[in-house]
Design a protein around this ligand. Structure first.
Ligand code: NAD
Ligand code: ZN
Length: 379
């Protein structure tokens, strides 16, 4: 079969790989019909996630048709088209019982923090990903969810990650009616977080990025205020000014390591040339939230990144909430929101390309060329 093959930082290509096989009675094999590239893949692509091995296939956002099932799979059947959550979760461990499906213990028992994730390095279990024609899906009785008949498959593929992640970012913010919510990052996750902030009763939503076409998109899509941080003297001062010097009620970090000045390229050993030091989105979030406010972090960081100005957190009495999104927990309500027209995520899809053109797609998405917001690959 054809599959994405990671060759080293910023080098990906399509190769022939052996077909995946059922390795456990609860496995399924899925023939991928749509798969996306995510901002999280860019951390791998840039070599910033430990133990990202050459030869690995990335891809944690995919839908497809069940081709084969293990002897104990009863929840889905051959021929079903399924949404596959990016978290690999058993559904029965101590953490899954608390609906912490991003922190499943069984799918990645070696890890101290994250559960298993498709195509996300050996720190997330070493599972092969879905940027391929076929993929093995473990715990198929739990994760895969049948795509409703009426649903557009472009919406379905976005339910594997960015819609639930944006929603959970807003949910973790504990938004109260009338709150001012600031979202850092206007990628697909930040765009969905801004849209979902209104569902929790926000009174004002502000999005900050430095890519103008993304800001323009989110302004229309989520009806929010947008600012390019390069045009602001200091985003923290600006947010204070526009909130009667109190600060925002809730700040959401939908950027992650991209803005972390001390990130190290684990494959090349070089420090990454990023925006640097204390002017990261996370610092901005902590420094511009009000006293007693909430900072919600869905941006992904490396296991050893330590970027939190803890003194300000303590002295301001800030609550920090963070996690990988628990996709399976959120699917029922998000499917309803799409059905009722409350959410229309497929508008974010700007590029639809054959899987064979994956190298170009990574380049365009990573460099923010051609007004790219979300690329979908079609095997
Ligand atoms: P993306 O790369 O498309 O978007 C990130 C955006 O942040 C870009 O538009 C970039 O210009 C902007 N940005 C960079 N520095 C900034 C700064 N200092 N202030 C404000 N904006 C800045 O990625 P995405 O797909 O939208 O994902 C966003 C983050 O969410 C990534 O870190 C990704 O790994 C993470 N993520 C987390 C989860 C989860 O479950 N927690 C799931 C999916 C993605
Ligand atoms: Zn993703």
């Amino acid at each position: 079969m054809l599959a994405m093959n990671f060759r080293g930082p910023q080098r990906v290509r399509i190769d022939h790989k052996p077909m995946p096989e059922i390795l456990h009675p609860e496995d399924a094999i899925v023939r991928v019909t749509r798969t996306c590239i995510c901002g999280s893949d860019l951390h791998l692509y840039n070599g910033n996630v430990p133990d990202t091995r050459v030869g690995m296939t990335f891809g944690h956002e995919f839908i497809g048709v069940i081709e084969e099932i293990g002897s104990e799979v009863t929840n889905v059947k051959v021929g079903d088209t399924v949404i596959v959550p990016f978290n690999i979760a058993c559904g029965r461990c101590a953490f899954c019982k608390q609906e912490l499906y991003g922190n499943c213990h069984e799918s990645n028992a070696q890890a101290t923090a994250v559960g298993g994730i498709f195509g996300y390095s050996h720190t997330a279990g070493g599972y092969e990903g879905g940027q391929a024609e076929y993929v093995r899906v473990p715990y198929a009785n739990f994760g895969p969810t049948v795509v409703p008949d009426w649903m557009d498959h472009d919406d379905a593929v976005l339910l594997t990650d960015v819609v639930p992640t944006g929603y959970q970012a807003a949910e973790m913010g504990g938004i109260q009616p009338g709150d001012t919510v600031v979202v850092f990052g206007a990628g697909p996750v930040g765009i969905m977080a801004a849209k979902c902030a209104w569902l929790f009763g926000a009174g004002r939503v502000i999005v900050i990025d430095h890519v103008d076409y993304r800001l323009e998109f989110v302004k229309n899509f989520a009806h929010c205020e947008v600012y390019n941080f390069k045009e602001l003297e200091d985003p923290v001062v600006f947010i204070k000014k526009t909130t009667d010097s109190l600060g925002a009620d809730v700040c959401i970090d939908a950027v992650g390591a991209e803005a972390a000045g001390n990130a190290m390229n684990t494959l090349t050993g070089r420090k990454m040339l990023l925006q640097g030091g204390s002017t990261t989105a996370l610092h901005w979030a902590i420094n511009s939230v009000k006293k007693g406010g909430v900072v919600s972090i869905v941006g992904v960081y490396g296991p050893t990144d330590s970027l939190v100005p803890i003194g300000n957190v303590v002295n301001k009495g800030i609550t920090i909430r963070a996690n990988q999104a628990a996709v399976k927990r959120l699917l029922p309500r998000l499917i309803e929101h799409i059905k009722n027209g409350v959410l229309d995520p497929k508008q974010m899809i700007t590029h639809r390309v054959p899987l064979e053109e994956i190298a170009d797609a990574y380049h365009i998405f990573s460099e923010k060329l051609d007004n790219c917001i979300k690329p979908v690959l079609i095997p």
